[in-house]
Design a protein around this ligand. Sequence first.
Ligand SMILES: [Mn+2]
Length: 424
Amino acid sequence: MAEVEEYDPDTTSENYIDHITTNLNKLKLKKKTGNTKRKYRGRKSGTKCKTNTVIPFYTFNHSNKLYLPNNPKELFISKEEVGLYKNGTFTDDNSKQSKSKTMPILKQNIALLYDKPITECRPLKNDFIGADLYENLEKYNAMDDKTLDSIEPCMKYIETQNVPTNNTDEKIVTIVSARHHIVEIGMSLFNSNERDKDVTFIVTYLDCGLLLFSQDALNKSFQKGGIYSNDPIFKKICFSGFAFEDLITSEDVKEPAFSIVKAKLNDEINLVLRCEMDAYNLEKNIYSELKCYADLKMKSPQHRKKLLKTWLQTALCPESDIIIGIRNPTDGILHDILQYTRTTLYRKFNNRNLTPFNKDFNYNANIAVEWTQHCLKSVSRLVKLNIDRGIKVPQSFKIKIDSLHNISIRKLQSTPHGVEIPNL
Ligand SMILES: [Mn+2]
């Protein structure tokens, strides 16, 4: 890759444009020089460009895509489970007993798969293999839009913490979000097969230093996909995941159960995240993330991407292993159950023996960590640069990560409908 200059936030506007174009030229990106120039200008042509509303992609410093250490990078400096939430109730009791009451429990034989040599695994799986995962799918319901995005569980925890009403240290922010936003942000780098899609979301700043993340209802590209799809076959595939969860956990009616996690990215950024947990392993006192896939082939870039996403998801929640049900795609019959720790999963899709994929940064998990950190730091920085200090009312912004990975911010006139504002 061509060498690029360091990003200097103090560069003046005019120099900044030159700086960007010089660097873009160095990177030999697709031309359209005229357009590129306009991209970083203010909306009205002729106005001075805003150096504080865009963080260009070239400022992202990352590892080589072939950098595959035995143990992958950590996303956070620290991470701690601070409570559980289910059916409107928050508890800060995260003892084994409390978890076993709140979370779906992994059936014993599946719980025992953890750490077992392959030869001892087969008998443990016998009761489950052969199950039809395409049967009786009508009984499952996907979370509605509002539940999917609600930060109420996080706010219940924050309320117990006596948050000061005035932010004493303006440098420190706390991101409050459902886990899926962070996963989506992290995966936005690996988008070579969906180049036309921007990732957008709403960030609402509260005077006490909270940054609330919520979905951008106006972004049509991610709506009605997956589980909400109208394609019956696709729907079947998605709902078979619920059937697999049902099969290996001992809970009949499944209400979503959440773990609330407090994490620290650096000295200036804390996070309070809401993570939906699929299952709790009583034997090992860890959680399990459950997935259901057709046969996994590491030659397929899409399969590597899926595993990267699963790995990133589990970087955000309390300690979890990963249990994957393998089904026959045509008839939905379960034919194997695989158990991975986060590290063994990483070594499966980021293996030095695999032929590197020349796009999407080789789905390198370490780069995914660096990118997620870059995005969260960028969002925090852009918000800090664009808030009106001293205003008590919530201030909302739209954040966009475009398909070329530039990150930009736009202040909204008012907080969009649907954004939950807590009473603190
Ligand atoms: Mn799952």
